[in-house]
Design a protein around this ligand. Structure first.
Ligand SMILES: [Zn+2]
Ligand SMILES: [Zn+2]
Length: 89
C-alpha cells in the first residue's frame, strides 16, 4: 500500500523503480563501473590489458603515497549525486 502511495524512486533522477536503492535504466547506464584492466596502484582503467602490476603514467610520474586505491564507479553525473547523498544524509 505504501509503495502505491509513495513508490520507490531512483536515487539519480527520481524515476519510479522496482525497489528502494535501485537505479533506473538511464542512471545505471551513466555509471561507469571500475574494474580490470586498471592501474595496479590508483585503479585508473586501462583500455587494454597491460599485464599484472602495471601502473599508469600519472602514478609513475608522481608516485602516490598509498599502495592501492579502488573505487566501485568512476566520478560522474550520477556517482557524484550518490556521494553528495552520502555526505549530506
Ligand atoms: Zn535514475
Ligand atoms: Zn595509477
Amino acid at each position: 500500500m505504501l509503495d502505491l502511495a509513495l513508490p520507490p524512486r531512483c536515487n539519480g533522477r527520481g524515476a519510479v523503480v522496482e525497489a528502494d536503492g535501485r537505479y533506473c535504466f538511464a542512471c545505471w547506464g551513466k555509471l561507469r563501473l571500475m574494474g580490470d584492466p586498471c592501474c595496479a596502484r590508483c585503479g585508473l582503467p586501462f583500455s587494454y590489458e597491460r599485464g599484472e602490476a602495471s601502473e599508469c603514467g600519472a602514478c609513475l610520474a608522481d608516485m602516490p603515497t598509498f599502495d592501492q586505491l579502488r573505487a566501485a564507479v568512476a566520478y560522474g553525473e550520477v556517482s557524484s549525486g550518490i556521494a553528495l547523498m552520502l555526505k549530506y544524509g
